[in-house]
Design a protein around this ligand. Structure first.
Ligand code: SF4
Length: 190
């Protein structure tokens, strides 16, 4: 390799400084210490990207209740650690001022949304599901001269997504059967 005078000066001055510093400080230990300081108090959680039906896995790092880092999960079967630009920038949705953090309700006749508690939202949804199921329940169905028990409603359906785990999908199926619906579908099939 050819070197000019300027390159030679850079190498000798930089190398000299590095050697001098290395006599007093263990650079490897300092690097390890800085890394452990950065990670102190950080908890890791796995999650899934919510943008499209691929359901890429993510590792989220949280410190003091705040998301400080988000990246592809290298152990995830779908993406093997890779995220597309949308998924890689998903942290922006976490800090967005437009993010909704409470359930909202627009009362009949009103033109305004109002915040309601999670308990109220769950209560209202449960009552509506119950009312829909009761008012549309089909206990029996005739086939020619015979009548058979069918015990179902055609008014309720379930739609799952790529973000659901196998275990969640299993429970969604169970719940759908309990409600008496056979309309259980997955987003990726639509
Ligand atoms: S990272 Fe990209 S490809 Fe993966 S789920 Fe999100 S939007 Fe879809």
């Amino acid at each position: 390799m050819l070197m000019n005078r300027r390159d030679w000066m850079k190498l000798t001055v930089g190398g000299g400084a590095g050697l001098a510093l290395g006599q007093f400080v263990n650079i490897g230990e300092v690097k390890a210490e800085v890394k452990s300081l950065k990670l102190a108090g950080v908890k890791e959680f796995t999650s899934a990207c919510n943008f499209c039906s691929c359901g890429c896995g993510m590792v989220c790092r949280v410190k003091d209740g705040k998301l400080v880092n988000l990246e592809g999960d290298p152990d995830h079967v779908v993406n093997g650690g890779v995220l597309c630009p949308k998924g890689a920038s998903m942290a922006e949705t976490h800090t967005s001022s437009q993010r909704l953090t409470t359930p909202k309700r627009r009362a009949p006749g009103s033109d305004k949304w109002q915040d309601i508690s999670w308990d109220e939202a769950i209560d209202r949804i449960a009552k509506k599901i119950q009312a829909t199921r009761d008012s549309t329940w089909v206990a029996t169905q005739k086939d020619g001269d015979k009548e058979y028990p069918v015990n179902r409603t055609d008014a309720i359906s379930f739609l799952g997504g790529a973000q659901n785990t196998n275990e969640e999908a299993y429970l969604i199926n169970k719940m759908g059967r309990l409600f008496g619906t056979s309309y259980i579908e997955h987003q990726a099939r639509l």
